[in-house]
Write a protein that binds this ligand. Sequence first.
Ligand SMILES: [Zn+2]
Length: 264
Amino acid sequence: MIDIGANLSNPTFDNDLAEVLQRAKDAKLQAVIVTGTSVESSKAALALAEQQPNFLYATAGVHPHDADSYNNDIEKQISAMLGNSNIVAVGETGLDFNRNFSTPDNQRHAFEAQIALANHYQKPLFLHERDAFEDFHSIISANKNEQTQAIVHCFTGSETALKAYLDLGLYIGITGWISDKKRGANLREIIKYAPLDRLMIETDAPYLTPQQAGLKNQLSKKNRNEPWTLPYTAATLAECLGVKTEVLIEKTTENTNNFFNLVS
Ligand SMILES: [Zn+2]
């Protein structure tokens, strides 16, 4: 079982990362991909991956929230990291019109530029989309090529969006959002349209703690999600799809190894 998205360079993990990683291993996680969201956090993610090769991997990119800062210098620094084999994807990048922390125009520009980087370096894309389906779909369609591989991480969108992304050949990442009683209801209903060979699982730690009863009390730090909770999301997703949890885990792990070209 592999967590394809954990923000382990977030300062909330500064004091006890070794314990956090041990708990992940105890929960039978074989690897964790550490998400980069800016030059700084991508460098920090890469440093972690270099310390624990074959257990931690990293992505490098600029999150839509930080798109206002995207310029040639930032692009050069991201490019410089993409030749490193510990960096397994470009991202996260994409569009977030829910909060618009960066202007929509800057988000579109940074997104297009990072798709070009992924095409150039032949790395998969780790994508984020919130309330931006139409623009996101048209940008990825127009800029991807035959070889471009992409995953829409933390998918929380509509049935229309899900089907359109699958038609484009994209992969879908599922977080603890799916166990949220209210916010996850639609996702639990529609996720059956995604074939097992297009799904992966992630925690998005320290965010999006799964909502199973009693789980919150087991967190070592209040309101901080950790990779060890991933089996809970695997179980919920398996239930929605009507498959055994072991089958779900085996299939999503295989998808992850192939997609990110991990050494296993
Ligand atoms: Zn995201």
